[in-house]
Design a protein around this ligand. Structure first.
Ligand SMILES: CC(C)(COP(=O)(O)OP(=O)(O)OC[C@H]1O[C@@H](n2cnc3c(N)ncnc32)[C@H](O)[C@@H]1OP(=O)(O)O)[C@@H](O)C(=O)NCCC(=O)NCCS
Length: 196
């Protein structure tokens, strides 16, 4: 049996759900998940351009971040292995910008453990975020993606995100200038219409 989920380009099969593997569970994170989430995040800081910093984070920092994010009523989701409960990835969103006029727009992020990548988990996490954002009455989800991150760009294209622009050389890491691609998706309005 394959794990399937809908996307803009149809339904895809994933490596999960085959043989002894089981469909990962996507649920709200708890504080107990933070050490594993931090390990995934710090790997991305060390080895990728997903986060524009070379400074790894700490558990104390993650606890503050988690309290702030959930205190705002925003989701922090984890995908966990149903066999051993290990965290395979996480995704979340926060305010796009702090001004009141941006209150219907959120910016999200998604991270998948290195050995779980390429099986549709990142897309599944973002698909869950899209539903949670719509349920909160949000109108737009924005992703800021390094231009040299084709996996993330592809994932978002599959979920109906549109590439809307590139900010050239706005970031720096590993001794070079970095271009930031913005992608956005306008969310389906909730039943009864959206408030502005
Ligand atoms: C980006 C990331 C979240 C993707 O997670 P994932 O679970 O591997 O994503 P998915 O399997 O759902 O989708 C990845 C897509 O990119 C494609 N892809 C992977 N590497 C690619 C590459 N080098 N070039 C082009 N496409 C690539 C995959 O084939 C897949 O497309 P498909 O569905 O058409 O087959 C994961 O690689 C990751 O955590 N990277 C480090 C952190 C990061 O970059 N986060 C995003 C910040 S914006």
């Amino acid at each position: 049996m394959f794990w399937t989920f809908p996307s803009s380009t149809g339904t895809r099969n994933t490596g999960f759900g085959q043989g002894s593997f089981m469909l990962p569970l996507i649920r709200d994170a708890t504080e107990a998940d933070l050490p594993e989430m931090m390990a995934i995040y710090n790997e991305a800081i060390r080895n990728t351009l997903a986060v524009y910093t070379e400074e790894e984070t700490t558990l104390a920092d993650r606890k503050l971040w988690f309290a702030a994010r959930t205190g705002q009523g925003y989701p922090v989701l984890v995908a966990v292995d149903r066999n051993d409960g290990a965290v395979l990835g996480f995704a979340t969103f926060g305010d796009f910008r702090p001004w009141p006029g941006y209150r219907h727009t959120v910016e999200h992020s998604v991270y998948v453990r290195t050995d779980a990548r390429g099986a549709g988990l990142g897309a599944a996490l973002v698909a869950h975020l899209l539903a949670r954002a719509a349920a909160l009455g949000k109108h737009v989800m924005v992703a800021g993606i390094d231009a040299a991150n084709p996996a993330s760009i592809r994932l978002h294209e599959r979920l109906g995100f549109e590439r809307v622009g590139t900010l050239r050389e706005v970031g720096t890491k590993f001794g070079r200038w970095l271009d930031l691609v913005f992608m956005q998706r306008i969310l389906d309005p909730p039943p009864g219409g959206s408030s502005k």
